[in-house]
Design a protein around this ligand. Structure first.
Ligand SMILES: Cc1ncc(COP(=O)(O)O)c(C=O)c1O
Length: 389
């Protein structure tokens, strides 16, 4: 089997020491060993989320965390303001609608970021304070766009509504200052910046959000934030947790701590900048107007079929890139530089893209032009790596 390179924006590659940590013998979750493990995890999560709020942990994918936020904050007939700039913003709206929550959509053209003033206008018009929550996406992985959560937080703080952030791909790769930015609920998942396999979802909950949780009447059992909160002081989860993943998470959090949050964010910025520079040097066009640091979205060049491009990258060169989703299918492709990634992941991606485009007959691609441009950025800011090894 040829060597494989997983450069998709989740799941992402898992460092061997994290995999090994999860392969240790299972411990019982109602035991002192587990309590110690969970206490350390709580401490590490607060650093990575930059919060003092409670960090709740569920065994599920990220979407479970999104659903948990909705069923814990809202009641049937409530109104929610949802920023829809891509597939994951749309998911907030779909889950709300599945539970009978009325959605006011802030539709953002694909590839662009929401203007925070649009949110302010909607909230201002809501004179009876019917909007209970504003749902946003830190990094809209489907388009590669970053949202200015800080600016939105400064607006939402003046209203009764809480600010909910999907940080599923953004946590640990894009700047997120949960408390400073007044993000009331931040949802994340294990398989992205935390460098773990899929299977864990997280939700931070602020004081303002807890007040809404007390009023919430949507049905919930497994997802109950209150059940999770009640056992948190005892370093416990309400139900059997995904123990192996939590053992891996402890390792991940200690690696991230050793690297340091600012260094992690700098690394993602550097890789994103190198990737974009390489793409532009090839004469291709970036898709996102306000790009996130964890994924680069690129317009599919004319005459190149999206699925054929992605398939050839994987089958011939062993490189998994991501295509466009939904209406962006065959229109864009996406390169991840998220989580356990570094210099040579970007070089791999750009050189693979060059080779595939040449294979598929695209004219004007000068072999090495993208790699050379990317290398220039990668060399300039290349700090010594420290993954805590
Ligand atoms: C921004 C964002 N939101 C939500 C999701 C959905 O998460 P999951 O597939 O873990 O349910 C993803 C996954 O790609 C994502 O990137």
């Amino acid at each position: 089997m040829p060597k494989r390179y997983l450069l998709t924006p989740g799941p992402t590659e898992v460092p061997p020491e994290i995999s090994l940590a999860g392969a240790r013998p299972i411990i019982h979750h109602r035991s002192p060993e587990f309590r110690k493990l969970f206490a350390e995890i709580q401490e590490g999560l607060k650093i990575i989320f930059q919060t003092r709020n409670d960090c709740l942990v569920f065994a599920s994918s990220g979407t479970g965390g999104m659903e948990a936020a909705i069923v814990n904050l809202l009641s049937p007939g409530d109104m929610a303001l949802v920023v829809k700039g891509g597939k994951f913003g749309e998911r907030w709206a779909e889950i709300c609608q599945a539970y009978g929550v009325h959605v006011i959509s802030v539709d953002v053209p694909s590839g662009e970021a929401v203007d925070p003033h649009t949110i302010e206008n909607e909230l201002r018009q809501d004179s009876f304070f019917k909007i209970k929550a504003v749902f946003t996406t830190l990094a809209e992985t489907s388009t590669g766009v970053a949202t200015d959560i800080n600016a939105i937080g400064r607006i939402v703080r003046n209203y009764k509504a809480v600010l909910v952030v999907d940080a599923i791909s953004g946590l640990g790769s894009c700047e997120l200052r949960t408390d400073n930015w007044l993000a009331d609920v931040c949802v994340a998942a294990s398989q992205k910046g935390l460098m773990l396999p899929p299977g864990l979802a997280f939700a931070t909950v602020s004081e303002k959000a807890w007040r809404l949780v007390e009023e919430s009447k949507l049905p919930k059992y497994y997802w109950s934030f209150e059940k999770a909160k009640n056992v948190l002081p005892d370093n416990q989860t309400a139900f059997t947790p995904a123990i192996s993943l939590l053992m891996s998470l402890k390792e991940s959090l200690s690696m991230l701590r050793a690297e340091g949050l600012d260094n992690i964010l700098d690394r993602h910025k550097r890789l994103a900048s190198a990737c974009r520079t390489g793409i532009i040097a090839l004469g291709l066009q970036l898709f996102a107007r306000h790009p996130a640091d964890n994924v680069t979205s690129v317009k599919m060049p004319p005459g190149i079929h999206g699925e054929t491009f992605i398939k050839r990258a994987k089958d011939v060169y062993g490189v998994s890139l991501a295509g466009g989703q939904g209406e962006l299918k065959n229109k864009i492709f996406r390169i991840s530089h998220l989580g356990y990634t570094d210099t040579f992941d970007v070089i791999t991606a750009i050189s693979c893209i060059e080779m595939v485009l040449i294979d598929l007959g695209m004219e004007g691609i000068e072999p090495g032009a993208g790699v050379r441009a990317a290398m220039h950025v990668l060399r300039k800011g290349n700090k010594a790596r420290n993954f805590g090894l």
